[in-house]
Design a protein around this ligand. Structure first.
Ligand code: HEC
Length: 341
């Protein structure tokens, strides 16, 4: 009984002292006056345990998906870089005065995807870190996670390339370019669309640069076999490599497998018949039964009697089922080789 009385006494005294401390205004709440070491340690532990406990069950999607990374780059450049910096961006005015100081995310190698997701979505109390879940859906947040995840391996140039187009947004011209894969002409009114498209393609290309060469060899082999079939005009073999639900996007125009088989396939074969194709680069990434293969080629051909030289960029997504890989998505775009820096 006596012990209990003492305990209650101690609690009352501490509470009273706390009240006096708060009421007196002695505490310096200024962001330019750092915590005591012990407070700092308690807060760090509190944050770590709180996030870990809540993030444990969160499963990440494929963070190597170039589209996700490109999407995340856009968000990051618009909303995060001021506080968290980036490769080639050493400091900012807002960051200098913040307390706690936002971590430099390009150095956050040990950050777990689930933890990053939770923090970005819910923010952190009593710090400058906002809850982005209030204004963004989970897909956008995963895009930011995917981007942040790649940042430690990014050079300043890669960062600039991935985010440069965003700063230019608002309809600047990106120069002119024409349809690849032969047969059709792009008319002038499509120029704006084509410009937007090319911007996206550049993002994707930059994202792909982060993938590894030869990471998905079986998928790369199917991509090559598809090209070989087109080059020798073997429709059946080419179509056999397309999944039933495959989508083919040529310069922003999407067709399903049946449309492609009836239309553009013949045009592509005709175009390639007298074309010389030189593969410039090919990279791939695999996650489970999905793979992504990105290729760039230089194509020299003749269209309507005139020689053309194009750089073609291709991104394919493949799915494995029953031991075989099939193409589920193709994106093709091109520009005159003379436009390529
Ligand atoms: C106004 C400044 C500010 C902005 C803008 C901001 N953050 Fe933060 N962020 C912080 C601060 C401060 C912390 C550290 C909080 C702490 O440690 O208590 C933080 C922490 C984080 C962490 C945890 C890092 C780690 O190592 O634990 C991640 C991930 C993160 N932010 C991502 C983002 C992303 C993505 C964006 C943009 C969508 C963003 N932040 C925008 C201030 C900001």
């Amino acid at each position: 009984m006596k012990a209990l009385a003492i305990l209650i006494g101690v609690v009352l005294v501490v509470a009273l002292a706390g009240g006096v401390f708060i009421g007196s205004g002695i505490y310096d709440i200024g962001a330019d006056s750092p915590h005591w070491q012990v407070t700092e340690r308690v807060l760090t532990m509190l944050r770590k345990r709180s996030v870990q406990t809540r993030a444990e069950q969160i499963a990440a999607p494929d963070l190597d998906d170039p589209r996700l990374i490109a999407d995340g780059a856009e968000h990051y450049a618009a909303m995060c870089v001021g506080c968290h910096l980036a490769p080639g961006i050493e400091n900012s005015e807002i960051r200098t005065g913040l307390y706690p100081k936002p971590p430099v995310l390009s150095e956050a190698r040990e950050l777990k995807p689930g933890n990053a997701f939770w923090i970005i979505k819910h923010g952190i109390k009593m710090s400058a870190m906002p809850a982005w879940g209030a204004t963004h859906d989970d897909d956008s947040i995963w895009a930011m996670v995917a981007f942040v995840h790649k940042m430690p391996d990014m050079t300043p140039d890669q960062y600039r390339e991935l985010t440069a187009n965003k700063e230019e947004e608002g309809g600047h011209e990106h120069g002119h370019h024409q349809h690849e894969h032969g047969a059709q002409d792009r008319s002038q009114e499509n120029t704006v669309d084509a410009d937007n498209k090319r911007t996206q393609d550049q993002d994707h290309r930059a994202a792909k640069d982060l993938l590894a060469a030869g990471a998905a060899p079986e998928a790369e082999a199917v991509v090559q076999a598809f090209h070989n079939a087109l080059a020798r005009g073997d429709r059946t073999a080419a179509l056999a490599m397309l999944a039933d639900d495959a989508k083919i996007n040529e310069d922003g125009e999407t067709q399903d497998r049946a449309n492609y088989a009836e239309g553009h396939l013949a045009a592509d074969i005709a175009f390639l018949k007298n074309a010389q194709v030189k593969l410039l680069s090919r990279v791939s990434a695999r996650a489970g039964d999905r793979a992504q293969v990105a290729s760039a080629s230089a194509i020299h051909a003749t269209a309507r009697g005139k020689p053309v030289a194009l750089r073609s960029d291709e991104s394919m997504e493949l799915r494995q089922s029953g031991g075989a890989w099939h193409i589920v998505m193709i994106r093709w775009s091109s520009q005159p080789l003379s436009d390529v820096p």
